[in-house]
Design a binder for this molecule. Structure first.
Ligand code: PMP
Length: 332
């Protein structure tokens, strides 16, 4: 008997390999890695400024959006520390990055599988420096609607930075979900985080960015590691913006697959909240670890949050089919 193919539905990666045009460029750039990258990533900054219609001074780049978030927290917390408020469960990096930067994490439980925006606003005190809103939320895939987000933002004092983490924005299809890059324009305390790791399929190269008004963006740039975005990452990101139509088709296929897999899981008797990201959340509680082990035994690695649920990336159809089969066995 042959061993099952090991698939990873663990890290919300894009299952598609880099586009041929991107791969070709990486090959060319590889011959020049004895040189440092452009320290200010001018070509990528200009391409992003054009793509999102924002001034170049409103952009800050880093090694993935997690790298940008680290610089942002360093800049916002300085040497004085302070509270960083976020929903929980949400992206695992928030408490870690907060502690690394000398801050105190303030997790606020989700309401069901969604952000509890009233409770988040209530958790803001004189000690609060930053609030993260992960939209869509990792790991539950749920979203915060435009109206409720605008009401929430109106409740947050201007001295507190609100970081809208839109790592999965390109997978959103719900028309009621605001685009952070529109919302930030008249809000000096709103920061939007985006990444090339998910929809653009460049997770291994590490490149992400923040969009914010000048003083905030300048603070993030000031806290950044010099030469923090490598030359291959810069080149691939520029090429990906050029090839956005092709990438958009892949994202559309993943969104279709997301709905197909969710329908399969629902038919198998699972609870699966609607997702606007490239993953699905199965709130299996005490059965989570057993479910993840059953998937692993069939060659598919999923992300288990012990006692809470499993997060399953929408990946290759063959891998997704295994998850649906395991779920059906579980429900049975
Ligand atoms: N934000 C969220 C919500 C994520 O899920 C992730 C990756 N898992 C990131 C940010 C970081 O992505 P990257 O550093 O690769 O840009």
């Amino acid at each position: 008997m042959t061993a099952p193919t090991p698939y990873s539905l663990f890290a919300n990666e894009n299952p598609y390999p880099p586009l041929p045009s991107v791969r070709e460029l990486l090959h060319t750039e590889a011959a020049r890695v004895n040189r440092y990258p452009d320290r200010h990533a001018v070509a990528l900054t200009e391409a992003l400024a054009r793509r999102f219609d924002v001034p170049a001074g409103h952009l800050a780049l880093g090694a993935g959006s997690v790298g940008v978030a680290l610089h942002l927290l360093h800049s916002a917390l300085g040497t004085g520390g302070g509270d960083v408020v976020f929903a929980w469960p949400s992206f695992e990096a928030y408490p870690h990055l907060t502690r690394v930067c000398g801050g105190d994490p303030v997790p606020v439980p989700l309401d069901g599988h969604r952000h509890d925006l009233d409770a988040l606003a209530d958790a803001v005190t004189a000690r609060t420096r930053v609030v993260f809103i992960c939209n869509p939320n990792n790991p539950t895939g749920t979203v915060v609607g435009r109206g409720e987000l605008e009401r929430f933002l109106a409740r947050i004092p201007e001295r507190v930075l609100v970081v809208l983490d839109e790592a999965y924005r390109e997978f959103v299809r719900d028309a009621d979900i605001s685009d952070g890059i529109e919302l930030y324009r008249d809000r000096p305390n709103l920061v939007v985080l985006r990444t090339f790791s998910k929809a653009y399929g460049l997770a291994g190269l590490r490149v992400g960015f923040a969009v914010a008004h000048e003083p905030v963006a300048a603070g993030v740039r000031g806290a950044a590691v010099p030469f923090g975005v490598g030359s291959l990452a810069q080149a691939a990101a520029v090429a990906s913006l050029r090839a956005e139509d092709e990438l958009t088709e892949r994202v559309a296929a993943l969104v279709e697959e997301r709905e197909r897999v969710r329908d399969g899981l629902l038919a198998a008797g699972c609870e699966v909240p609607p997702s606007e990201a490239n993953f699905l959340w199965l709130p299996l509680g005490g059965r989570t670890t057993a479910f993840a082990e059953a998937c692993a035994a069939r060659g598919v690695r999923v992300r288990a949050f012990d006692g809470e649920g499993a997060r399953v990336t929408v990946g290759e159809p063959a891998a997704n089919a295994v998850v649906v089969r395991v779920a059906a066995d579980f429900a049975g």
